[in-house]
Design a binder for this molecule. Structure first.
Ligand SMILES: [Zn+2]
Ligand SMILES: [Zn+2]
Length: 293
């Protein structure tokens, strides 16, 4: 896929062979770079003739791997906001971020499709780069290794299921594509309300994947230990939309949000890594790239 050594790299894709498009509101899409449009080996037919004994046999040209990998990338469902997230574009400002990047990168490099690979779970405040690293790992798997994956936000998945019910679909219709994909990344874990139904859906999804030896990655804003919050004067109001309730929910631990059973399953499935930048990077980045989050 890289440009020949005697040519200078393509300015559009710097030799990667593909370029990623970012359109707000749509999942990230990769396309074959124009520098790759004319394959000298197969002249765009996608096949080359290979001599086998006395006969020549048509064989898929190596350039078609690129199309297959682009197809895998386009099926991940990467949000437009992080369309360009990769290990190369991840900026570390803290030792936590260095460790998290190393963990995600190590995972992606070592991933094997033929043996169970332990996943990772990133936790910490919003804006630290958890989504970026999830997506970077999925991007690497698709484009560098030809491994398929999906990215989902758990709340949106639940909404899809509820919408599916109204359309006469069962929850399995929605879950099925997520049960067989080699790697699944679940973002915003614990943000759901935590009803018995929501927990049973999460339990079914991750337990089935675990039992099939498939890898699941997670990111969550909830910490493992209770977080100290500043005391608020006055009585508490238990309105779910009130600031008091929001603060109370934020102070909960991941274990409290997802329940003991799922929490211990997560430990079996994943290495945990905190990702705390020590400041709100989202605010800092807002001034720069408007797509960043
Ligand atoms: Zn190019
Ligand atoms: Zn070709």
């Amino acid at each position: 896929m890289a440009a020949p050594a005697d040519a200078s790299p393509c300015p559009t894709c710097t030799g990667a062979g593909y370029a990623v498009e970012q359109v707000l509101g749509q999942p990230a899409r990769a396309r074959r770079c124009t520098c790759q449009s004319a394959c000298p080996r197969c002249r765009e037919s996608g096949y080359v003739l290979v001599q086998q004994g006395n006969e020549s046999v048509a064989q898929v040209c190596a350039c078609r791997h690129l199309d297959e990998r682009i197809r895998l990338f386009n099926r991940i469902g990467i949000p437009a906001a992080v369309a360009h997230a990769s290990f190369e574009t991840f900026k570390s400002y803290s030792p936590d971020q260095e460790r998290a990047k190393a963990l995600a990168q190590d995972f992606a490099r070592k991933f094997r499709g033929d043996a169970p690979t332990k996943g990772f779970l990133l936790y910490g405040k919003p804006g630290a780069g958890k989504t970026h690293l999830l997506v970077a790992a999925l991007r690497y798997l698709a484009l560098e290794k030809g491994v398929g994956s999906r990215y989902v936000e758990f709340m949106l998945l639940l909404s899809d299921m509820k919408a599916g019910f109204s359309a006469g679909q069962s929850h399995m219709d929605i879950l099925k594509p997520l049960l067989a994909v080699p790697v699944l990344a679940i973002d915003e874990l614990g943000k759901e309300r935590g009803t018995d139904w929501e927990r049973s859906m999460l339990d079914e999804l991750i337990s089935r994947r675990f039992n099939s030896g498939l890898t699941t990655l997670f990111a969550t804003n909830y910490f493992l230990e209770p977080q100290a919050l500043p005391e608020q004067p006055g009585p508490k109001r238990w309105n779910t939309k009130s600031p008091d309730f929001q603060r109370e929910a934020e102070s909960m631990t991941l274990g409290q949000r997802v329940g003991d059973r799922i929490y211990s399953r997560l430990h079996e499935m994943c290495d945990f890594q905190v990702l705390d930048p020590g400041m709100d990077l989202r605010k800092d980045r807002r001034s720069g790239n408007p797509f960043y989050r």
